[in-house]
Design a protein. Sequence first.
Length: 63
Amino acid sequence: MFGVASLTFAWGVYMFLMNLDNEEKRKEGGWVMLWGVLGMAVMLGAKGIVRVICGTIGVACPF
């Protein structure tokens, strides 16, 4: 899923750079980039929370 979020961000960058003359498309590319970054942040945060819980209860983490 992290890969999907990374590809979403990359697609947003592509949309932004290919439409520098079209403000509406640039704005859309910016939103796609934002959602990609938010997706990556949520996944990293969830991974961190799981690691803290595993460490607290003394169980080996699956990753």
